[in-house]
Design a protein around this ligand. Structure first.
Ligand code: ASP
Length: 436
């Protein structure tokens, strides 16, 4: 059995949390490879070290004094070292960072130092090898991960260390500079390492006991999700449910490695298992509900549209010409609706309308703003009679008007659009109907 464990920023925010994480690592000899984030917030108003470093970068690149902010970053790390009673000096690392900031600062290099330094501390405390991902995680010229080169090099390196700490969040760009993933990207590093060493489990330790069926800011005390498939998770994360970085499932998915989301502060909780496929039944027909506000719909109407060959292609061309990505496309016999992100759409609105007129010669075009999309996701919905009926009657009972319905043929999810003002009530009504 081999496990890769990733600890998020809140799990490593101060010496007490780091000690707790290291105790968990030491308690299980199969926890061989550790991926740390930078120290996160210790309390609500606190700052994440990554944000403090980004601030240093911003001050330095606008030629302002960054020394005070850098001293605060140093203070965070020194407090951890002191709290752990470690004999480790980061003086040289900080003078290098200072020198870098004084010359021509590079954003990704500066932002990545939180993980780098935290990794050094953990490696020293655990007495594990330290592996700098700069040498083993590679990006292509287009900025995307070079999976092939990364997997090959990382696998070779890991085979030489039985126990190691590999800082999260960054690797090497094609031009030799440090390059980070997008925010929260240490999750991706953990997944890369798990795939490279062919781990049995990728444990992702955070400050919640896994995914919840609905957003706790909307539904009071929602139940946790015990098991979720990669595909269900994709649907939910895309719709805004966030615990794990969206891209983190890809490396492990290709090797069939399950992810277990665990709570550092409640290690005995089962957490959530993210798996490729499972025979386990969900406790409820649905696995989760997630949603987002900020959408617009544009409905094109034209009589006999159904018999006009190429109509949809030409209509979509208008969006492509305006460089707009589309979210959903429900259609009727003489109508076709395209749902887009409002913030991207507003500036281009009239350009899209003009282009649509030229390309499709419609009878009318109607735009509706302030829409929210809600995805009700669940492998348990497949072949289950009456799910849609229950969903729609739950909303009708609350007098919520459904503006659009989109059910994929996989029957894995039903997406509905409602007015933004109905968003929270709709989620609560769906939760109550399917869960309690
Ligand atoms: N420290 C980085 C961030 O705050 C990356 C991570 O924690 O995964 O986004």
């Amino acid at each position: 059995m081999k496990k890769v464990v990733k600890f998020g920023g809140s799990s490593l925010a101060d010496a007490k949390q780091v000690a707790k994480a290291c105790q968990l690592i030491k308690a299980d000899k199969t926890r061989q490879y550790v991926i740390p984030s930078a120290p996160g917030k210790r309390f609500e108003q606190d700052q994440k070290v990554t944000d403090m470093l980004i601030n240093c970068y911003q001050l330095a690149s606008s030629k302002q004094d960054f020394l005070g902010q850098l001293a605060q970053v140093k203070g965070r790390f020194q407090a951890i070292i002191k709290g752990l009673k470690l004999d480790l000096s980061l003086e040289e690392d900080f003078s290098q960072i200072k020198q870098h900031l004084n010359q021509k600062p590079q954003f990704d290099y500066v932002a990545s130092r939180g993980e780098y330094l935290n990794g050094k501390i953990l490696a020293a405390y655990l007495k594990f090898d330290f592996i700098d991902p700069y040498e083993y995680i590679f990006f292509n010229e287009d900025g995307y991960l070079n999976s092939y080169k990364t997997q090959k090099n990382m696998a070779r390196r890991l085979s030489q260390s039985q126990f190691a700490v590999i800082p999260g969040f960054y690797g090497q760009a094609k031009d030799g500079q440090v390059k980070t993933f997008s925010r929260g990207g240490s999750d991706i590093t953990g997944s890369i390492v798990a795939a490279a060493c062919e781990a049995d489990i990728y444990e992702n330790w955070t400050d919640v006991s896994g995914f919840l069926v609905a957003d706790p800011k909307i539904v009071a005390h929602p139940v946790p999700i015990k098991t979720i498939t990669y595909r269900e998770l994709r649907e939910l994360s895309y719709m805004g449910a966030s615990v794990l970085h969206e891209a983190a499932i890809f490396p492990v998915r290709s090797k069939g490695i399950p992810i277990n989301i665990k709570n550092t502060n409640k290690p005995d909780d089962d957490g959530t298992w993210i798996v490729e496929s499972t025979a386990r039944k969900t406790d409820y027909i649905i696995t989760g509900i997630a949603g987002k506000k900020g959408f617009c719909s544009l409905t094109v109407t034209k009589d006999l549209m159904n018999s006009e060959i190429g109509f949809c292609r030409r209509a979509l061309q208008a969006f492509e010409d305006c460089n707009l990505s589309i979210e959903h496309m429900p259609s009727g016999i003489d109508t076709m609706t395209v749902v887009v992100h409002e913030d991207e759409f507003l500036d281009k609105e009239q350009a899209v309308v003009t282009r649509l007129h030229r390309l499709t010669n419609p009878d009318s075009i109607e735009i509706e703003a302030d829409l929210a999309l809600i995805a009700v996701v669940g492998r348990g919905m497949k072949d289950q009679l009456g799910t849609a009926a229950r969903l729609f009657s739950a909303l009708a009972k609350e007098h919520i008007n459904i503006k659009m319905i989109d059910q994929g043929s996989s029957e894995l999810n039903i997406i509905i659009a409602v007015a933004e003002r109905d968003f929270e009530n709709a989620i609560r009504a769906i939760y109550q109907t399917f869960v309690k």
